[in-house]
Design a protein around this ligand. Structure first.
Ligand SMILES: Nc1nc2c(ncn2[C@@H]2O[C@H](COP(=O)(O)OP(=O)(O)OP(=O)(O)O)[C@@H](O)[C@H]2O)c(=O)[nH]1
Ligand SMILES: [Mg+2]
Length: 285
């Protein structure tokens, strides 16, 4: 008998959910940033090990919404939690013990699925300061270094429902390449832009042509105001050029093919607060 199920990685912003997804799957699928709130949409990563298939979902950080995009992010995180067979609830080891997920997520009742508490970023806590975490209490990981992952997989596997695999044993992702292309442009924006700017950036893929080398991708980088457009383009177009090179490298690494990436910068006024814009960008519902 095999086991297969949805495992959501949930928790507050910046605790290392996306880093853990990538470490578990062994591929850079989810964007990672030292800046919080980098994940806006769930990212699915697959891992099949012996008799168990894990369908991991990296979810946006649980936060108090301040504008419509936040509301959409919170709704997506809550849906992922509601749909999960197992919840991996992430919390930094440096802030041990973790408060109950029900409070952090402001749920009316405890989640339906079993919860495994995952204490993250263990490498940031000196050995002499590390709390004793019993296996019944949580699993300690340092995903950046690949530590604790086997113990975590064992704990998750024990809670997976019996059932046939939903995907091929070598499948890694379920979302289309153009989704990852847009996300990697956004990841480059988180790396190269500062303060409010990465949060004002959204990416729309206009054209995605596979089949001939190089893969041709044309994308629009949206910002919220005219003044931001100038900064993202930079003097003589330098900033957008650097951003495009960084994003292209990330997309090529995932696709394993050369990519031609063309970026244009446009203003979509206050898109974070504008329901039709969120819908158009794929952030609503
Ligand atoms: N030292 C250390 N840093 C880590 C570890 N895991 C993640 N980080 C760092 O923590 C920061 C946030 O990581 P993410 O994976 O983007 O966190 P997240 O929970 O997905 O964040 P949001 O999507 O914004 O909610 C990044 O700078 C990571 O490199 C770890 O095991 N050790
Ligand atoms: Mg994330």
């Amino acid at each position: 008998m095999t086991r297969c199920g949805n495992v959501v990685l949930a928790g507050p912003p910046n605790v290392g959910k996306s880093t853990l997804l990538n470490a578990l799957v062994g591929e850079h699928l989810a964007i990672v940033s030292p800046k919080p709130q980098s994940t806006r949409l769930p990212v699915v990563g697959l891992l099949t090990r012996a008799d168990a298939q894990f369908i991991f979902t990296d979810s946006p950080g649980l936060l108090e919404p301040e504008y419509r995009l936040h509301e959409a992010m919170r709704a997506a995180a809550l849906r992922a939690i509601a749909d999960a067979d197992v919840i991996a609830y992430l919390h930094p080891l440096s802030e041990y013990p973790a408060p109950a997920l029900q409070g952090v997520a402001r749920l009316d009742r405890p989640p339906r699925a079993p919860v495994v508490t995952v204490y993250t970023k263990a490498d940031l806590v000196p050995l002499s300061d590390r709390p004793t975490v019993r296996p019944s209490d949580g699993i300690v990981v340092a995903a950046g270094r690949g530590e604790g992952l086997d113990a975590l997989l064992d704990a998750l596997r024990a809670r997976l429902p019996d059932g046939p695999f939903h995907y091929g044993p070598d499948d890694l992702a379920t979302q289309p390449s153009r989704f990852f292309a847009a996300e990697f442009v956004r990841e480059a924006a988180f790396e190269l832009l500062h303060e409010e700017l990465p949060y004002s950036v959204a990416v729309e893929i206009d054209e995605f042509r596979e089949g001939a080398a190089p893969v041709y991708i044309r994308a629009v980088v949206y910002v919220e105001r005219d003044s931001q457009k100038g900064i993202v383009i930079g003097a003589g177009g330098r900033t957008i050029k650097t951003l495009g090179q960084a994003a292209r490298g990330k997309i090529e690494a995932l696709l394993g093919e050369p990519v031609f990436l063309e970026l244009r910068v446009k203003v979509l006024p206050k898109w974070r607060r504008h329901a039709p814009s969120l819908k158009r960008l794929g952030y609503a519902g």
